[in-house]
Design a protein around this ligand. Sequence first.
Ligand code: NDP
Length: 330
Amino acid sequence: DVFKAADDRYASLPYRRTGRSGLDLPALSLGLWQKFGADYAYDTQRDIILHAFDLGISHIDNANRYGPPHRAAERTLGRLLRRELAPYRHELVLSSKAGGVFGPNPNLRGGSRKALLSSLELSLRDLGTDYVDIFYHHTPDETTPLEETAGALATAVKAGKALYVGISNYRPDRAEAIARLLRAEGVPLLIHQPRYSLYDRSIDRNGLADLAVEEGFGLIVYSPLAQGLLTDKYLESIPDGARAQNSDFLKPDQIDETYRSRTAQLNKLAEGRGQSLAQLALQWVLRNPAVTSALIGVSSKEQLDHNLEALNGPEFTDEELAVIDEYGVH
Ligand code: NDP
């Protein structure tokens, strides 16, 4: 059956300008880190991605290592790009990343030209596309000269294999340094991808949010729901199939009494505002003017619909922000 995207797909989701570039990104973007590998049903993955596109989420975030196994999430998306999404490639903003831990070969990780550019070739092959829209260095690598990393990112753009470049998980001083190097290469830094949620406010404290505004790059923030901790799902127990049940990155021992009592207070605040905790948490990251887009993960279409409602919440009052400051970790 032929997929035809909804005609009104750009009617409601707001788009925001990425720093001082010309690129607009949807306020919510979809990431394929978890449950888009070989470990989850393809039909569900396809339904989620196509549903997201129908709702205006044209930006899909990926990386060479997303799976399991590594590369699998780019293959999942590649299947869709060869069929259902093929007519829409020009509308999509697709990202890939390289430089994170990736297998035993010492040269296929880190920020070297070799790691970045050979990974990009494989990503293009698996995605079945000639270019990605955003190519990121995934994880800072202090053992490789920043000039080499910046040069590799610039090469990707000059070779037509990426339209823009980004960095992820960089501290502000390194971000500032690579932004300068990239500018000298004639390839401005488009975007930085840090973690940010009301349970992790480091970008507000360490100067990264201010730097983004000064330097003119965007921020796309990951794990705005703290991987699901900022929803009501873990208040009583760990539901079957939830990430905390089976993940190297979210462990059941993070769900302790302190977590539960703090989260219950935030949940109460959300209820008083007529929304869910997930919606409150997403609205909270998007209130920050340095943030271009919130990068969410979902394991069902229902979660996606639910999370999009965050864009319709009432503005926060000062009193509500004070309660969030009291119970959110910072
Ligand atoms: P979130 O904080 O949004 O967590 C998403 C998870 O929370 C979902 O997979 C789902 O997990 C659960 N969830 C989502 N919505 C709801 C809901 N309404 N009710 C209940 N549970 C819900 O983001 P992620 O941690 O998934 O990160 C998002 C993206 O950011 C990634 O896909 C990736 O693209 C990027 N990222 C980048 C990193 C980097 O180093 N650059 C690191 C981490 C992420 P479940 O149902 O399975 O419990």
